[in-house]
Design a protein around this ligand. Sequence first.
Ligand SMILES: *[C@@H]1O[C@H](CO)[C@@H](O)[C@H](O)[C@H]1NC(C)=O
Length: 189
Amino acid sequence: TRVITCDGHLVQHLCCDDGHIIAVHWANYGRRDTTTCSYQRPECEIQNARSSADSLIVCFHSCNGKRSCIIEASNSVFGDPCPGTYKYLEVFNSVNCSSDEGHVIVVLSAEYGRDDSTTCSYKRPPAQLSNTQCSIPTSKVAESCNGRNSCSIKVRNSMFGDPCPGTYKYLEVVYTCESKCLKDPLNDS
Ligand SMILES: *[C@@H]1O[C@H](CO)[C@@H](O)[C@H](O)[C@H]1NC(C)=O
């Protein structure tokens, strides 16, 4: 994505959905043509189309790897490569997936009930543990947790139904965390 900011203006690079960060590729402060940021500018301020200050380092420090950043296009930030010329800041950026954020839960399977006699058996009478064929699959966990960073569920009959009255039951969930950050949303649009 190419972002142009005319002299004296602030640009806010906003990024992104959870899990994305800004990756700065290239930046230039100055003037590379006579049309960009030329509206209502006198001829003499837009003639010099070959001026540039090395602004990549500033943009890199301000924005690279961040979720958002604000940069001012001005002499005071970048220095003045051509006094008298009306300049602009040009930034090329894209977004990357952050390595440490944006992971969400994907439930692979969830069962409520009992399919062995040892899990959740501490101090329970044998009669509550003997039925080991009463697990039922439930979609409630996926409904509550898929796509979220965290979730909590109260494990009780009223949530899942009671597959075997009198048996002490438990919820068994198999899940993974997947990055929800698979694509570059800026380049998608
Ligand atoms: C973005 O990804 C590219 C390619 O993997 C990598 O070279 C660059 O360092 C990354 N930048 C950030 C800010 O993560």
